[in-house]
Design a protein around this ligand. Structure first.
Ligand code: CP3
Length: 362
């Protein structure tokens, strides 16, 4: 087993499209308009995505740079979004560590040999990601060639240790994370080794993504809100903090995102990322108060509202913009990923409306 080493210096800082609305807002500087992008902006609600996915597996698309680049560009071509997010998945590293991952249509991710014992943790590899996932970096290089002339920056991403561990231990998605919590409480030493393995591979992977051209990065801790404040601090925060500190050294702005995290926001914010992602449960201004001084916020439209009539959708977009109050450092997004039932017209309309409402004149 090879352990990725931290190189002596951070990658050289890439200045391309530095003045885009998205990268300006990530620096918490006044942007020409509030930038908008959506988690899962490439996906099944788009007919062009369904057409490209027909007869091809999720993993095949992720592992074929031409396909991953084309899917990444689909929402860029369809809408006026301010950032692209690489088409990939947070679970892509799991097979490289020895976990048999499959995306089962209509069911979601499944792992045939999930982690059940401490010995299973010790069997997991931490291979050098440049060798095991070269397609991700190649996809980034391809997408950048298409994005740069359009002035659109590219977001790279990883899952966070807890959220990846939850899939590795449950073997699938879960509502209550019983197996994950049982393992965490019963086997704290093995749990810490598991967090450490994810910390190592994810730090290396994101570094490779930045070297290949990711201009900002998001750490998805989608399910961490399932934990109490005590358990987050005891079992999850230390490795996540070390990972985030390493990622902050890469020279690109960082977003840390989770759902159902109202109680965790002060702790999550204390990791000191440029921006923290918030779901729709708290009003944006209340969530913002829980962050560190000067930190930006990303969110927080309920993705289901994109299926509401325009009257209600517009009203709630207005409400969120009022809560943001024109402060620099707001990145408009959904509070969780776009749903397959989302009408494309509403996506287009919200983006254009946010731009129009927040355009700085002159
Ligand atoms: O945001 C983007 O557009 C970039 C691509 C992206 C995907 N997944 C593509 C995808 C990103 C950033 C992710 C992150 C991801 N993947 C998360 C964190 C964000 C979140 O939603 O909480 C999680 C938990 C996963 C794991 C995952 N991947 C699940 C639970 C599923 C199945 C659920 C579903 O919607 O089917 C996937 C599959 C997946 N990843 C799809 C897409 C577009 C749908 C699969 C398909 O098209 O057949």
């Amino acid at each position: 087993m090879t352990h990725p080493q931290r190189p002596p210096s951070a990658p050289a800082v890439d200045q391309t499209n530095r003045d885009s609305a998205f990268l300006t807002a990530m620096r918490r500087e006044r942007a020409p308009h509030t930038p908008v992008w959506f988690m899962r902006q490439a996906g099944r609600y788009m007919p062009e995505y369904r057409a490209l996915r027909a007869g091809r597996s999720m993993l095949e698309c992720i592992r074929t740079p031409d396909l991953a680049a084309e899917i990444t560009m689909q929402p860029i071509k369809a809408f006026n979004v301010d950032a692209a997010i690489l088409f990939n998945d947070i679970l892509t590293p799991l097979p490289t560590m020895g976990l048999d991952l499959d995306f089962v249509g209509g069911v979601g991710p499944q792992i045939a040999n999930r982690i059940e014992t401490p010995a299973d943790v010790d069997r997991l590899g931490v291979p050098a990601t440049a060798e095991t996932m070269p397609y991700t970096m190649e996809s980034i290089r391809l997408v950048r060639q298409q994005l740069d002339p359009r002035g659109i920056p590219l977001i790279g991403f990883i899952g966070a240790p807890f959220t990846l561990a939850s899939y590795a231990i449950e073997g699938k998605g879960s509502k209550t994370y019983d197996r994950t919590k049982r393992f965490m409480y019963a086997e704290p030493a093995a749990w810490a080794r598991l967090m450490g393995k994810f910390e190592a591979i994810l730090g290396d992977y994101l570094e490779q993504q930045v070297r290949a051209g990711a201009q900002a990065v998001q750490v998805f801790d989608s399910w961490v809100g399932m934990l109490s404040v005590h358990d987050y601090r005891t079992f999850v925060k230390p490795a996540t903090d070390r990972l985030v500190q390493r990622v902050k050294g890469l020279g690109v702005p960082v977003i840390y995102f989770g759902t159902g995290t109202q109680h965790l926001l002060p702790d999550m914010a204390s990791l000191g990322t440029d921006v923290v992602g918030a779901d729709w449960r708290l009003p944006l201004d209340e969530a913002w108060k829980l962050l560190q001084p000067g930190q930006g916020i990303q969110g927080n439209l309920d993705p289901l509202l994109l299926q509401a009539p325009w009257r209600e959708l517009k009203h709630q977009v207005d409400r969120i913009l009022a809560e943001a109050g024109g402060r620099p450092g707001h990145i408009f997004n959904v509070g969780h990923g776009l749903l397959p039932e989302t009408p494309m017209d509403n996506v287009a309309r919200v983006i254009d409306y946010v731009h129009e409402r927040t355009a700085k004149g002159g």
